[in-house]
Design a protein around this ligand. Structure first.
Ligand SMILES: [Zn+2]
Ligand SMILES: [Zn+2]
Length: 184
């Protein structure tokens, strides 16, 4: 079994932190994840960090801006899971993108999954059990052989009742993955 490479924070301590201390913890976690990645890629640039992501996504690796974006609402509501899973998830995208030909890799493909498993010691999940209670237009993720598809509650209900949806690109039947949390 995998063991998380980064230490698991104490959830009671996290719950007691004020805003400033909480965001300092997030930045420290990003720093620790980045240092871990530098062990396999010493030239990996340090990503900028912004807490300006809104909506359904917990995090996003933004290569154009040169850093990682995090969702402050989801972070404050899901502190432990965020530090344990979302930070490595986005840092793994950052690392893969900077590997040779990494920008050609599929977002949650083999390379990203390998970084999550081997380097961070985590299951490579693209969906999450965060219960945000927040309205999202298309919170249900499906996948085919070539990409991810996000369904509205209406389409998801039809699929659950047996309607088969196929990918327009690869023609494979879409398979339900779970609720979306990670944006990219
Ligand atoms: Zn497809
Ligand atoms: Zn992702």
């Amino acid at each position: 079994m995998n063991r998380p490479a980064l230490p698991t924070p104490d959830s009671d301590t996290l719950a007691s932190l004020d805003r400033q201390a909480l965001y300092a913890t997030l930045h420290a976690r990003v720093e620790a994840a980045w240092r871990l990645c530098r062990e396999v890629h010493p030239q990996l640039p340090r990503p900028e960090v912004w807490c300006d992501l809104r909506g359904k996504g917990a995090g996003q690796a933004h290569f154009g801006r040169g850093g990682l974006r995090f969702n402050p609402v989801l972070f404050e509501e899901n502190r432990l899971a965020f530090l344990v899973e979302v930070v490595p998830h986005e840092m793994a995208h950052w690392l893969v993108h900077h590997l040779k030909d990494g920008h050609l890799a599929r977002a949650h493909g083999h390379e990203w999954q390998t970084v999550m498993r081997r380097l961070f010691g985590l299951e490579p999940l693209t969906t999450h059990r965060f219960d945000t209670g927040r309205a999202s237009p298309a919170p249900h993720r499906y996948a085919c052989g070539c990409r991810e598809h996000d369904f509205t509650p209406r389409r998801h209900a039809l699929a659950r009742r047996g309607r088969a949806y196929r990918c327009r690109h690869c023609a494979e039947t879409l398979v339900y993955q779970g609720r979306v949390v990670f944006e990219s």
